[in-house]
Design a protein around this ligand. Sequence first.
Ligand code: LLP
Length: 486
Amino acid sequence: MPASPIAPDWLSFPKDVNTLNPALWASTVSRAGRGVLTVDGVSVTELAEQFGTPLYVVSENDFRERARTFRNAFDDAFRDLCGGVDIYYAGKSFLCSEVAHWVSEEGLRLDTSSGGELAVAQRAGLKGRQLALHGNNKSDAEINRALDLEVGRIVVDSLDELNRVGALAQARGTTANVMLRLTPGVHAHTHEFIATAHEDQKFGLSLAPASSGERSPAAEAVAVALDHPCIRLLGVHCHIGSQIFEPAGFELAARRLLEFLAGVRDRHGVELAELDLGGGYGIAYTEADTPRAAADIAKAMADVVRSACAEHGLRVPRISIEPGRAIVGPTTFTLYTAGTTKTVQVDADGASHPRRYVSVDGGMSDNARPVLYDADYSAALASRTSAEEPVLSRVVGKHCESGDIVVRSVYLPADTAGGDLLAVPGTGAYCWSLSSNYNYLTRPPVVAVKDGTARVIVRGETEEDLLSRDVPRQETDDRATLEAGA
Ligand code: LLP
C-alpha cells in the first residue's frame, strides 16, 4: 500500500500503524496486553472509564525526568563557567499547584507571567527566589503581588514599567529585584506569532537606538535602573521565541547580550551579575520534528558564553533559562473518544484519493494550537491495536468550524470507528493553558499518572461551572428593580 498522494511529504506510510514513535510520547507510555495504551501502568480504558474523555493525561515521572534532564544538562555545561544554571519552568506552558510542587521538588524555579499564575504559585507555597514575574503590561496589582511575595526577579519589559516598579517599591519602602528584558534583534525561525526578539513586536527594550547618536532603550533603562534607590538591577534577559530547534538563535542572542553587558561595564563600571537566555526549546510533535537534546544546546550555549566573556574580559554572569514546552510538552497526551467518521475523495495528480475524517469529543477548545499556529500533531488508536491497513486520516473536533482540526494528517487503521479511544501526544504545553469554553464545552480535567495510580490535578469543568457565571433572568430583573428603586 503506497503513501497517499494527498499526505504531506513529511508523513511516512507506517510499516506498523500500531507502533508508537518514542520521540512523541512520554517515556512511561507503551502498549500493554491486547494493545491497549498504558501510561505508567494505567490503561487508557481505565482512565476513560474513571474520568471520561476528553482527558489530559500527564505522566508525573516523565515530567520530573525531563525537568531533571534540563537541570543536569545545563548544570554540567555551565558548572565550570558560573557554577551552574538556574532553571525557571515557564508556567504559561502549563501550571497548576501540583505542577508547581513538582517544579520546586525537582530544584527548578517558576517563571510566572500574571497575577493569576502567581496565585497558583502562592497556593503551592512558592515564594522569594523561587519565583520570577514576567509580562509586557503588568498591572500595579500584579507588581504589588510580586513585591508581597518578595519574588526573586521582576522581569521589566519597558522604561515605563521600570519607573512604575521603582515607584511601587519606594512607596512600600522596599527594593525590587529587577531583570531587564531586552530584544537582541534575533529573528527566530518559528511561527511569526511565537517569535519574540526581532524589532517589530511588542516585547522588551531594544538594543538598537531609535536614531544614531541616541542611547538605545536598553541602555537608557540600565542607566535609570542603576540610578534608582529602590531597584536592584540583577541583570538582563531575552527570549527569542518558542519551538526552536537550532541553537544558532540562542547563541547569537547570548553573544549580543554579553556584548551589551560589556558596554554597561564600560559605561557604568558595573558588571551585572545575571543573564537569562529565556526558553523556546522545541519538541517533536510529529516525525518531521527533530529537536536537539538539551545537552547539545546547553553545550553550544556554554561555548558561546565562554568565548564572548573571554573576548570582552567579562566575568561570566550567573546564567538562567526558562524552558516550558520542552519540559511539559511531551509528558502529556490528550485522550479522546472517536465519534462520527466519514471518508471524502480529494483530487490530486489527476486521480481521486480518500481522506478519512474521524471526529472526536473535543477539539479547538482543548487544543487551539492547530488553529492558532498551523501546528501539526500525531495520533494513535489507543484502546486497541488493529490489523487493518493504515488510512490517511484527519482527526477533527466537535466545534462549529471547519478549521477545528486536531490532527491534520495521520495514518490510522481503516477500522477506526466511533467508540474507539484516540490519543494525541505532545499536548502538555499550551493546550490546557490556551483552552476555552467555545461552544460551551467544558474544559477537560487533567489527570496525573504515577507508578500505577491516577489522580485529578485539575478538576474538569461541569455544566454548573459553565452556568455559574451566566446571570439568570430572575437576578437581572431583581437588579433592575433595585437600581430603579435606588
Ligand atoms: N520565557 C518567556 C519570557 C516566554 O515568553 C516564554 C513563552 C517562555 C519563556 C517559554 O517558552 P517555551 O520554552 O515554552 O517555548 N502559545 C505558543 C507559545 C507561546 C510562548 C510564549 N512565551 C504555542 O503554543 O506555541
